[in-house]
Design a protein around this ligand. Structure first.
Ligand code: BGC
Length: 430
């Protein structure tokens, strides 16, 4: 295999999210939801909150040069307008520990969790609540400086799940507790529009103080019709428009386009953060599925290798979406999440190499890629699926929380140090 080289300052790192790894995140809606449903509880998770020093040291020892982590809003601002200086210090320690170890810290400012006080004010359903998030972002931008910032993680995934999926907490808490899921399209677009506006506002706030580059992370998947029936094609087009095309267009135009709404915002992206995991196919089914999507259902693409969660492994899809983003937005792209839940590490290693090859192909065809952040550094709390899916390069033994790097962790370290893949790496690890 020919040697594949990446740009000199390429970022090779891993991603985590506060609630999924830190443990004891008691002041957000997920914690409350876990206590009040039958779902597995996040508890102490990976105890990254107290073990971050060793974890970051391990990243550096293995060879990575970047770390995407999230700053938990409910820790920083546990009560409206009251910022917890100790918690700010905690995240400063993470940043310092990263830099001292030659690791570029890349913060995500919002990764699906909201402080309880924000939930009680109507959460992301209320447009005026964007200002609360803006206050938090302002505080963070006064306290921290980064070369790369991420604002919002996967707005559509959050909007869909919080408004329509039974296993996920709603986006607000009513006076009499958790509201019923409405399962119509309107709240989904409302929540997504508010998150979009929150990103735009955050961009402005951060850029006032920081010379760093600001992006958000968006899941962009390839959607293909399940059959050549025109109803399946119609379903694909409509879902693709809502989840992908409308977003790319509105980010290009600098203003919301229907069904998303709100103020015009101009350019609010210095780079595009893409989260890419799988290939999907779309089909029409008016009877089954979760409303409101019963007219345009998705399922894992058929005829492909599946992950532990049944997701279709589709590396070629990464090339397709990278080209699509490049063609529309013409800005640098960072892969902010890409990974697989699997019980066989060999599958993870093949997954990674196959995706890196598609990234190279896209760079050969003009895509400007700045980094690859693997999901995830370690096994963690996969939301409603609990701790069972294993996404980590590093295994967590949940009996004693010890960290056991898998072969894939070392393979990725070699790739990072060599700034690319070569035949020897493939021979050694595949
Ligand atoms: C989400 C994570 C999630 C992962 C795997 C990511 O893109 O941001 O929170 O654990 O997908 O489902």
């Amino acid at each position: 295999m020919p040697k594949i080289k990446f740009p000199d300052d390429f970022l090779w790192g891993t991603s985590t999210a506060a609630h999924q790894v830190e443990g004891n995140n008691k002041k957000n809606q997920w914690w409350k939801w876990e206590q009040e449903t039958d779902l597995e509880e996040s508890g102490i998770a990976c105890d990254h909150y107290s073990r971050y020093e060793d974890d970051i040291k391990l990243m550096a020892d293995i060879g990575y040069n970047a770390y995407r982590f999230s700053i938990e809003w409910s820790r920083i601002e546990p009560r409206e307008g009251e910022f917890d200086e100790e918690e700010i210090k905690h995240y400063k320690n993470i940043v310092n520990q990263s830099r001292e170890n030659g690791i570029e810290p890349i913060p995500m400012l919002w990764h699906w969790t909201n402080p309880l006080w924000f939930m009680k004010k109507g959460g992301w359903k209320k447009k005026r609540n964007i200002d609360y998030f803006a206050d938090f972002v302002r505080k963070i931008s006064e306290e921290f400086e980064f070369d790369y910032w991420l604002t919002i993680d996967e707005p559509m995934v959050y909007a869909n799940r919080s408004c329509a999926s039974e296993n996920y907490p709603p986006t607000y808490i009513a006076e009499d507790g958790w509201p019923k899921k409405e399962k119509t399209l309107t709240p989904i677009f409302k929540v997504a529009s508010n998150l979009l506006q929150a990103h735009a506002k955050s961009y402005e706030i951060i850029r006032e103080k920081s010379s760093g580059e600001v992006g958000m992370s968006k899941a962009v998947n390839v959607l293909e019709p399940a059959s050549d029936s025109s109803l399946d094609e119609w379903s694909t087009n409509i879902r693709d428009y809502l989840e992908n095309d409308a977003w790319l267009q509105l980010l290009k135009k600098g203003k919301p386009i229907a069904p998303y709404y709100g103020e015009e915002f101009g350019n609010v992206l210095d780079f595009f953060g893409i989260n890419y995991f799988f290939g999907e196919e779309c089909y029409f089914d008016e009877k089954s599925g979760t409303p409101p999507y019963h007219f345009f259902q998705t399922r894992p693409k058929e005829n492909c290798e599946k992950s532990y969660l049944g997701w279709c492994i589709y590396p070629e899809g990464l090339y397709k979406v990278l080209k699509r983003i490049e063609n529309t937005l013409e800005i640098p792209i960072m892969i902010t999440s890409n990974g697989i839940a699997t019980e066989t590490d060999l599958q993870r290693r093949r997954f990674m190499i196959d995706h890196l090859k598609q990234m190279q192909k896209s760079m050969d065809d003009g895509v400007e890629l700045t980094g690859y952040l693997h999901w995830s550094f370690m096994d963690n709390f996969e939301w409603a699926r609990g701790f069972e899916p294993r996404f980590g390069l590093v295994e967590i033994d949940y009996e004693n929380l010890s960290r056991i790097p898998r072969k894939s962790a070392y393979m990725f370290g070699e790739i990072a140090r060599k700034n690319g893949i070569n035949g020897a790496i493939e021979e050694k690890y595949l």
